[in-house]
Design a protein around this ligand. Structure first.
Ligand code: SAM
Length: 282
């Protein structure tokens, strides 16, 4: 199938997260045919281009020059040039540069078109075996333990599956914090080196996962995605914040309405709240 390049368009092109084979024909066509490829790291992208014998002009666009580059890129697009944006791996903008550029182009009414492909978070979710109907992507956890524990405690009652990027060299400290804040029973999945030679997907309770990591230093190498199962909201396991809101609403509204609103806000089970509200009357 012939890929058509539109002039004046910014293409957001996903590239592999490890295995160089994970790139679409359309992505290769776009990378060959655009006027310029804006890269997070030109040397890194050059390896991909060489592997596919693509010879094209590149320019750097990373966290430190994005604001300056966005003006330049917008001008080139307005002149009718077509430009591809790539990051070092996976989908640009997902914990990678590009947000300011895309927002700027959209504000100017310039066409921005996705060329979908690999993303570490989605690849990890697809093999984790945890609910994926609803999930939250939390990006990188803070590197310092105090800030990390604060972040995790904010997520204590999160009932959706939670996806994080983390450095394996910090994995032991991170899992220790998960045990401290979310409890040793919380189910965690580590998806490491996806699509690469040492790909490993391992899941267990946080406490067992900690022993597993401590016993095998090889698991502390490469790149990893961490997935934490959402909190189970059961009867009598309702957080103080949910209870406080429920009690306030019960003063103003009939029990059914108060429970329905609280359930919607905190994404907890309406029936559990109703049963709880009955215990207040007693
Ligand atoms: N934009 C990328 C994407 O679409 O996934 C993410 C870029 S972010 C700077 C890099 C992080 O993604 C790594 O620190 C790691 O957490 C995760 N990652 C990237 N490649 C991976 C892989 N092959 N296996 C596991 N995690 C990976």
């Amino acid at each position: 199938m012939q890929t058509q390049i539109n002039s004046g368009t910014l293409y957001i092109v996903a590239t592999p997260i490890g295995n160089l084979g994970d790139i679409s024909q359309r992505a290769l066509d776009i990378l060959s045919q655009v006027d310029i490829i804006a890269c997070e790291d030109t040397r890194h992208t050059q390896k991909l281009l060489t592997a596919y014998s693509i010879k094209n002009r590149t320019m750097s666009m990373h966290d430190h020059n994005e604001r300056q580059r966005q003006e330049q890129i917008a001008e080139l697009l307005q002149q009718g040039k077509s430009i591809a944006l790539v990051s070092d791996a996976g989908t640009p903008l997902i914990s990678d540069p590009g947000f300011h550029l895309v927002r700027h182009c959209r504000q100017l009414g310039l066409p921005v078109s996705p060329i979908p492909g690999a993303c570490a978070a989605i690849s990890a979710l697809s093999v984790a075996g945890l609910p994926t109907d609803r999930f939250t992507f939390e990006g990188f956890l803070p590197s310092k333990s105090g800030a990390r524990q604060t972040k995790l405690s904010e997520l204590l009652d999160e009932s959706r599956t939670m996806v994080f990027y983390d450095a394996p060299r910090r994995a032991i400290d991170t899992i220790e914090d998960i045990v401290k804040v979310l409890g040793g029973d919380r189910y965690v999945v580590i998806a490491r080196e996806l699509t690469k030679t040492f790909e490993t997907v391992h899941s267990d309770s946080a406490i067992n996962l900690l022993s597993w990591l401590q016993e095998d230093p090889n698991q502390l190498k490469g790149e990893m995605v961490l997935i934490i199962s959402g909190a189970l909201v059961k009867e009598h396991d309702i957080s103080a914040n949910v209870e406080r809101s429920l009690k306030l609403l019960l003063k103003e509204l009939p029990p059914k309405k108060a429970c329905a609103i609280t359930a919607e806000i905190f994404q907890v089970n309406k029936k559990d709240l109703y049963e709880l509200s009955l215990t207040y009357k007693k």
